[in-house]
Design a protein around this ligand. Structure first.
Ligand SMILES: CC(C)(COP(=O)(O)OP(=O)(O)OC[C@H]1O[C@@H](n2cnc3c(N)ncnc32)[C@H](O)[C@@H]1O)[C@@H](O)C(=O)NCCC(=O)NCCS
Ligand SMILES: Nc1ncnc2c1ncn2[C@@H]1O[C@H](COP(=O)(O)OP(=O)(O)OP(=O)(O)O)[C@@H](O)[C@H]1O
Length: 195
């Protein structure tokens, strides 16, 4: 099993690119989706958040708008949120890897390099688009204010640095261009596996 870590700065196209890998028969695990499961009703993060951040506990779930308010008024809260969430995400991933059957497994992890997760990968791929397109795409989603976007971006390793550390860089300027680069990465890895 070949582990490919897929990363990139906020809104640069990780999820969209992960789907392209999935369409080529790769198994995909998505760290952000794991966080969604953990925050939802009966998710494993609900109880610890209800104790540490009672304001975030809304209708039996961890509320993302409430968390964003908390981080906005106290930027140090993100570190405390990560301390609760990251070990639970690690367990979700270990459970997934214990069961998966596929030649290539793509792990979509926004903080791959920031958390040292790249050390456990056979190769890494970074999605990339220019800063203006990134900002326009994130703000178009309407889930974050510009200040919230800039605060998250400031927490992340600069995009150019992530790309320099990666085995592959995937430009996400158009869907067609990204698809052809994903096809090349998959065929390169498959030919290595079959060599
Ligand atoms: C800050 C929160 C509330 C924002 O929620 P929202 O639904 O608006 O955004 P979403 O979760 O889709 O994240 C969007 C992007 O923000 C970036 N991001 C999220 N958390 C972090 C973080 N702790 N540090 C740096 N970037 C982050 C990632 O690129 C991510 O893909 C949420 O991301 C969160 O609870 N983050 C803490 C958990 C975490 O560290 N997740 C990262 C993957 S393990
Ligand atoms: N190759 C591409 N060509 C054109 N648009 C793209 C491409 N890849 C992604 N996009 C668009 O960019 C936006 C962000 O993409 P996506 O949600 O995949 O990013 P992400 O990196 O997973 O985001 P986040 O870090 O917030 O989780 C979406 O609107 C998506 O349609």
């Amino acid at each position: 099993m070949f582990l490919l870590g897929l990363t990139g700065s906020i809104g640069m196209g990780k999820s969209t690119t992960a789907k392209m890998f999935q369409e080529l028969g790769c198994a995909v695990w998505d760290a952000d989706a794991a966080v969604h499961r953990l925050y939802s009703k009966n998710g494993l993060a609900v109880e610890p958040f209800s104790k540490v951040f009672p304001e975030s506990f809304v209708n039996g779930e961890v509320s993302r708008p409430a968390l964003k308010q908390i981080i906005q008024s106290d930027p140090s809260a993100l570190k405390r949120i990560e301390t609760i969430v990251h070990p639970l995400v690690a367990k979700d991933r270990a459970d997934f890897l214990a069961d998966v059957k596929s030649d290539i497994v793509v792990l979509d992890i926004p903080l791959l390099f920031e958390t040292g997760g790249d050390a456990a990968m056979d190769a890494t791929a970074c999605v990339f688009v220019d800063d203006e397109t990134q900002e326009a795409r994130v703000l178009e989603r309407g889930t974050m204010t510009r200040d919230q976007f800039l605060a998250i971006k400031a927490k992340q390793m600069p995009a150019a640095e992530k790309c320099a550390k990666s085995t592959y860089v995937i430009q996400t300027d158009t869907l067609e261009h990204a698809t052809s680069q994903v096809q090349k990465v998959v065929s390169t890895i498959r030919s290595q596996l079959n060599a």
